[in-house]
Design a protein around this ligand. Sequence first.
Ligand SMILES: [Zn+2]
Length: 196
Amino acid sequence: MNNFYRRLILYPLAPLNGDPPRLQQFLRKIGFVADKWHFQNQDYYLAGDRFFNAVMFLGCAPHINTRPSAAGELPDNFVAIKLAVKCYQSMVFYPGKPAFTLLCRFCKKDIGFPAVSNLSAMVDCPHCGQVNSLLEKNYRHQAGISNYFIEIMGIFEGEAVPSDALMTGLARESNGKWNYFYADDKAMKTWPIVSV
Ligand SMILES: [Zn+2]
């Protein structure tokens, strides 16, 4: 069961100006999502019939299940998709997996993720001394900053990546590039989603 809360998250780099329901129509049209599905007081979508064209599993992937059992239980390696109905009012920092690896914008070395509660803090790079903002977007698929997130539930870090076709389609629909990261529930207890 626990695995269901590990997720692959897609997000636009610039604030999504469009309308999430329109984006959801697009995701349904390309077969990424199918019907709505309610589980433990949350709304999700079941994977569509072309889900595996949108999400590419790497290496020796386990058999992925896209339908809950008749009794409503989650089979092993079950995936579903969570699509927010609305955008956040501003950009938010969504933590994926601490400890974050933040790369220095100048020397590209790892400067770690300092234990500060204020994400607008500036950090001196221990390697080159240049000042970095924690809001730089170089989290190496461990966190994301955006106003909208598509969460693909049931995927371990590095187990699967979004296909080029999906990312290109999202970019075209929203007039801007998208990126992705991995998350689990533990991260969100340490670093809640915060406005930036
Ligand atoms: Zn540096």
